[in-house]
Design a protein around this ligand. Structure first.
Ligand code: IPE
Length: 282
């Protein structure tokens, strides 16, 4: 065993497993206002991530786009692929979206570095082809147990083979591939920006209550706000989470405004939020 690896493990204690965290675009940006990042929220998640690393876990961070991606992507139908009638506008929108996503990614990276975390970014456009969970791309680059570097990636405009030429890969799809293909995943969390988990109705309604456990047989709950979202909102997250539970026991939707709850799950196995379970899971 390499000495550097041994020393880093001794310094940080025993390896406790991998934690994969998605910072939803609705948590880290104001989805309605073009390019409005909510830095305080990013910082408070970063502080908790640093505690998770101190506990001995290896962390992967994925973030969404919010108003750094969806608004322009919606306007120029980027998720539908090449449209010859508006192709020039589409290519210029792709440049804008990728630049904007780089800006948001830099904010996330800066925030992580600000609490002493070493991190490295892997923009999907550089290593992914195709969209959905079947995209072509090797996720083994995220397996970095031997170094204390947090890999970071995000939803992005990616190349697609064939007539479509491009499309949008959601960070939720990345979550599925990472959770299902990397070893030692102990927790997979989707951090939300407007609710404590999956609710029975809209977050702003008094009659909506938290669903504490959800499995696929309960059916999809929630609405996809297609006026804003080009990926799939809460419905996509549920579909992705139900794929992930096939390989991971702890899959949660949590309130990203209260990120300490991630520590509760890691220490006690329980917290306020929605635990996504397999249909036959006890
Ligand atoms: C969307 O990624 C990427 C772009 C629109 C460029 P996500 O699907 O992961 O983003 P959020 O979390 O819904 O904002």
């Amino acid at each position: 065993m390499n000495l550097r690896y041994m020393l880093s493990r001794i310094a940080h204690g025993q390896f406790m497993g991998r934690v994969i965290i998605k910072l939803g675009g609705g948590l880290i940006t104001d989805k309605q206002q073009y390019k409005t990042a909510l830095k305080d929220r990013i910082d408070s998640v970063s502080r908790v991530i640093s505690e998770i690393i101190d506990m001995g876990h290896s962390v992967i961070v994925i973030h969404g786009a919010g108003s750094y991606g969806h608004i322009e992507a919606k306007k120029w139908k980027i998720s539908e692929g090449l449209d010859s009638e508006i192709s020039e506008n589409q290519f210029s929108a792709i440049d804008t979206i990728q630049r904007d996503m780089d800006e948001l990614n830099s904010m996330v990276m800066e925030s992580l570095r600000g609490v002493g975390i070493s991190c490295e970014s892997f923009p999907p456009r550089d290593w992914v082809n195709g969209i959905g969970i079947g995209f072509a791309g090797d996720v083994s680059r995220f397996e970095r147990n031997s170094e204390d570097i947090v890999p970071v990636s995000f939803g992005d405009v990616v190349p697609v083979i064939g007539e479509k030429k491009f499309g949008i890969l959601s960070g939720d799809h990345l979550m599925v591939r990472l959770a299902n293909e990397l070893p030692d995943v102990v927790l997979c969390v989707f951090l939300l920006g407007d609710s404590s988990g999956l609710l029975t109705g809209p977050p702003d309604s008094d009659s909506s209550v938290l669903i504490e456990r959800w499995s696929k047989s309960q059916g999809l709950v929630g609405e996809h706000d297609s006026a804003i979202d080009v990926t799939g909102g809460i419905l996509l997250k549920l579909q992705c989470a139900s794929e992930i539970v096939e390989s991971s026991d702890h899959v949660w939707f949590m309130d990203g405004r209260v990120p300490n709850r991630m520590l509760e799950v890691l220490s006690k196995g329980e917290t306020i939020g929605t635990r996504i379970v397999r249909d036959n899971q006890s």
